[in-house]
Design a protein around this ligand. Structure first.
Ligand code: ADP
Ligand code: MG
Length: 244
């Protein structure tokens, strides 16, 4: 579904992404792991068009999407969440998701339209799927950090993506919230047939959930393989257990 082929990105003289390679099959849950500064966020910014690549090719469903603008990539079916939550803090939870659904349908939120025309049902479905229905009328800014991150996933789902990209979805979460988020990610893959690509710096978090793991180090792909193979890999062990 997604193929990143020898992609490069430098900031000045500094090569943040140095020939990275990544493959995501339809329906898979794929994790990118690597220490802070490995280039994970930069890679996601390149895939989603927020940054332009210096070199290399990115294809999605067989189409070259390299350096397309973000809104075009989004239209093709790739949605993402950010490492830092990106929500309308003063609107309620329901409205945050509803606006995302409406914007996908090229319609604008308005107080003057009848309720059935404003994606009510779809919004409730998404809130149910992520477990936020009972907080639908809460002001987004009043939610716990964990719920705000979940809301962000809900907003991304409003775009009805084929591929959902999540940048450190459990960052800053308590152990309970982390568990809940990881099982949410798993269930979204199963029940909605979504393909999910996410990154993490915590190796332990991903091993139960990911079907394929790409290990990134200094902007390069160290390995992409099953969790078992990655765990056994000598280079991965060296990169994580000293030898940095
Ligand atoms: P990760 O998400 O794996 O922690 P990042 O992709 O955020 O890593 O960053 C990779 C490297 O690129 C880091 O050394 C970071 O400081 C650098 N970097 C990221 N974005 C920029 C930028 N806009 N300008 C300069 N350097 C950047
Ligand atoms: Mg990052």
């Amino acid at each position: 579904m997604l193929r990143v082929d020898k992609v490069y990105k430098s900031f000045g003289d500094f090569g943040a992404v140095n020939g990275v390679e990544l493959n995501v099959e339809k329906g898979q849950i794929v994790a990118v792991i690597g220490p802070n500064g490995a280039g994970k966020t930069t890679l996601f910014n390149l895939i989603t068009g927020i940054l332009k690549t210096d070199k290399g090719r990115i294809t999605f469903n067989g189409e070259d999407i390299t350096n397309l603008p973000p809104h075009k990539i989004c239209k093709k079916g790739i949605a993402r969440s950010f490492q830092i939550a990106n929500i309308f803090h003063r609107a309620d939870v329901f409205t945050n998701v509803q606006v995302a659904v409406l914007s996908r349908q090229n319609r604008t939120y308005t107080f003057f339209k009848s309720a059935d025309k404003m994606a009510i049902e779809e919004t409730w479905q998404i809130l149910d799927a992520v477990g936020l229905s009972d907080k639908a009328n809460h002001i987004a800014g009043s939610l716990s950090h964990g719920d705000q991150r979940i809301l962000e996933i809900a907003i991304a789902l409003g775009n009805e993506p084929e591929l959902l990209i999540l940048d450190e979805p459990t960052a800053g979460m308590s152990p309970d919230e982390t568990k809940r988020t990881m099982s949410l990610i798993q269930s979204l893959g199963e029940t909605r047939g979504l393909t999910i690509l996410f990154c993490e710096h915590d190796m332990d978090v991903v091993f139960n959930v990911a079907e394929s793991i790409m290990v990134m180090h200094h902007g390069e792909t160290l390995i992409q393989a099953s969790p078992e193979e990655v765990r056994k890999d000598k280079r991965v062990q060296d990169a994580y257990l000293g030898g940095e």
